[in-house]
Design a protein around this ligand. Structure first.
Ligand code: 1CP
Length: 392
C-alpha cells in the first residue's frame, strides 16, 4: 500500500498534517511515492486532504528563478539543460508543501523541434523564426525526431531522481490546437486573428496542422511517461477562442486522439481556458481530470460531472495579489465549493502571475490543506478521505 502523506521534511508538512506525516523512505515503497494524494485525487480515490499544485508554480514570481535565469542567460538555456530545469522544477517545492512537481519546460519546445526556431527575448513572449501559416509550410510539417527533445526526457529522469519519490511529477504538452495558434502567428497574439480566420477560410489546412501536432504531442507525452512522468497534462490555453463547434472540431477532437494514445495507467488532465460552453463535451475527452478556469462554476461542474471525472482549479490567480487573509478566504471558499467527494485537485484557474508575492502562495497552500482537512468541504462534515485515513 502506498502512503498518502505530505511531502516530508520540517518545512514540508502542511500545517495540521503531522498525524499523517509519518516519515517514510523510498525503501518502504520501492518505486512508489511518499505523497500520492495528487494521483489518488486524479483517479477519484479518497485522499486525507485536497492536494494542491499551481500552474506556473516555478517562474518569475520567485526571486531564485530570476537569479538562475539571469545566470543561465535565457529561458531556453534553462529549459534545455536538464540540471537547470531540475533545479527550477524543485525551487517551489523547497518553499511550499506542494503535492506535485511540474516539469519545467514550455509547450513550444515541440514546434521548435519541428524546425520553427523558438526564442524568448527578455521581457517578451516567445517568437518563432519561421511560421506555419500557409499551405506549403503546413504540408511540409512532420512529427519531429524525438531525439531533438531528448533534453526534456533527460530532465524528467533527473527530476524524478531528485524528487526521490517525495511527490509525483506532472509532465505536459500544449494541446494540438494551442500549438497551432503559436505556429500560425509566429508568437503570442491578443486575438489570434489569423488562426480564427483560417478556421473559416481553410478548415482543411487547420485540421492538417492540428493533426500533425496531435501525432507529435502523443509521441512526446508517451516518451515523458516512459522517462518517469507520473501524470500528464494538456494545456489548451486558446481553445476558448473558437466557436463551440470549431472548438469541438479543431481542439477537443485532437486532444481526445492524443489521450487515447497515452498509457492507460498514467492519469491525465485537460485544461481548456475559457471553455465553459463546452464543458459537457470536455468531460468526455477521455482525460481523468478536467481543469477549470476561474470563470467556470466548480460547484456545478462537480455536481453534474463529478462521478465521471476529477476536477482541478480554479482560483483566479489575481486573488494572489491581495493579502494573505483574503487569499485564505478565497481558497477556503473554493475548497467548500468543490465539496467533500473524492476527485478534486486545487489549482489556480490560469498561471501564477509574475507580481505574486511568494508568501501569499505559502498562505494559499496552507489554507487549502487546512480547510480540506478540517472543514471537509461544503457540507461541514469530514471528507470521506479523512474518515478513512486509518485504512491508508
Ligand atoms: O523567464 C521567462 O521569461 C519565461 C517565462 C516562462 C515560464 C516560466 C515561459 C515563457 N514559459 C514558462 C514555463 C512554463 N510554460 C511551464 C512550466 C511549468 C509550470 O511551472 O507551470 C508551463 C507548463 C508552460 C506552458 C505554457 N507556455 C503555456 C500553457 C499554459 C499557459 O500559461 O497558458 C503557454 C501558452 C506557453 C507559452 C509561453 N511561454 C512563455 C510565455 C510568456 C508564454 C505565453 C506567451 C503568450 O501567448 O503571450
Amino acid at each position: 500500500m502506498i502512503a498518502a502523506g505530505p511531502l516530508q521534511g520540517a518545512n514540508h508538512a502542511p500545517s495540521g498534517a503531522s498525524a499523517a506525516a509519518k516519515p517514510q523512505g523510498l525503501g518502504d515503497h520501492p518505486g512508489g511515492l511518499q505523497n500520492d494524494t495528487l494521483l489518488r485525487a486524479l483517479r477519484r480515490e479518497p485522499t486525507p486532504y485536497v492536494p494542491v499544485w499551481l500552474m506556473r508554480q516555478a517562474g518569475r514570481y520567485l526571486p531564485e528563478y530570476a537569479a538562475l535565469r539571469a545566470k543561465a542567460g535565457s529561458f531556453m538555456a534553462l529549459a534545455t539543460t536538464p540540471s537547470l530545469a531540475t533545479e527550477v522544477t524543485l525551487q517551489p517545492l523547497a518553499r511550499f508543501p506542494l503535492d506535485a512537481a511540474i516539469l519545467f519546460s514550455d509547450i513550444l519546445t515541440v514546434p521548435d523541434a519541428m524546425g520553427l526556431g523558438l526564442s524568448f527575448a527578455e521581457g517578451e513572449g516567445p517568437r518563432f523564426a519561421r511560421t506555419a501559416a500557409d499551405e506549403p509550410a503546413i504540408r511540409a510539417l512532420r512529427v519531429p525526431d524525438l531525439a531533438k527533445l531528448r533534453y526534456v526526457f533527460d530532465a524528467v529522469g533527473e527530476i524524478k531522481r531528485a524528487l526521490a519519490g517525495r511527490v509525483p511529477l506532472i509532465g505536459f504538452a500544449g494541446s494540438p490546437f494551442t500549438l497551432a495558434c503559436y505556429m500560425i502567428e509566429g508568437g503570442g497574439s491578443a486575438d489570434f486573428a489569423a488562426v480564427r480566420r483560417m478556421a473559416f477560410a481553410r478548415p482543411d489546412l487547420l485540421e492538417r496542422l492540428v493533426s500533425v501536432n496531435a501525432d507529435a504531442v502523443a509521441a512526446y507525452l508517451c516518451e515523458q511517461a516512459a522517462a518517469g512522468a507520473d501524470a500528464l497534462m494538456l494545456f489548451d490555453t486558446w481553445g476558448g477562442l473558437l466557436t463551440p463547434d470549431a472548438y469541438r472540431r479543431f481542439s477537443l477532437a485532437s486532444m481526445r486522439a492524443v489521450i487515447a494514445r497515452l498509457p492507460r495507467e498514467v492519469p491525465t488532465i485537460v485544461f481548456t481556458k475559457g471553455a465553459a460552453a463546452t464543458l459537457d463535451d470536455i468531460v468526455q475527452s477521455g482525460a481523468s481530470c478536467v481543469g477549470l478556469d476561474w470563470t467556470m462554476d466548480l460547484r456545478e461542474a462537480r455536481r453534474r460531472h463529478g462521478a465521471r471525472v476529477a476536477f482541478q482549479g480554479n482560483l483566479d490567480p489575481l486573488a494572489l495579489l491581495t493579502d494573505p487573509a483574503t487569499v485564505e478566504r478565497a481558497a477556503t471558499e473554493i475548497v467548500a465549493a468543490a465539496g467533500p467527494a473524492p476527485g478534486y485537485v486545487f489549482n489556480v484557474g490560469h498561471g501564477v502571475v509574475p507580481a505574486t508575492p511568494p508568501d501569499h502562495v505559502a498562505a494559499l497552500v496552507a489554507a487549502v490543506h487546512r480547510a480540506s482537512r478540517v472543514t471537509g468541504g461544503a457540507s461541514g462534515t469530514p471528507p470521506r478521505a479523512v474518515q478513512q485515513r486509518g485504512g491508508d
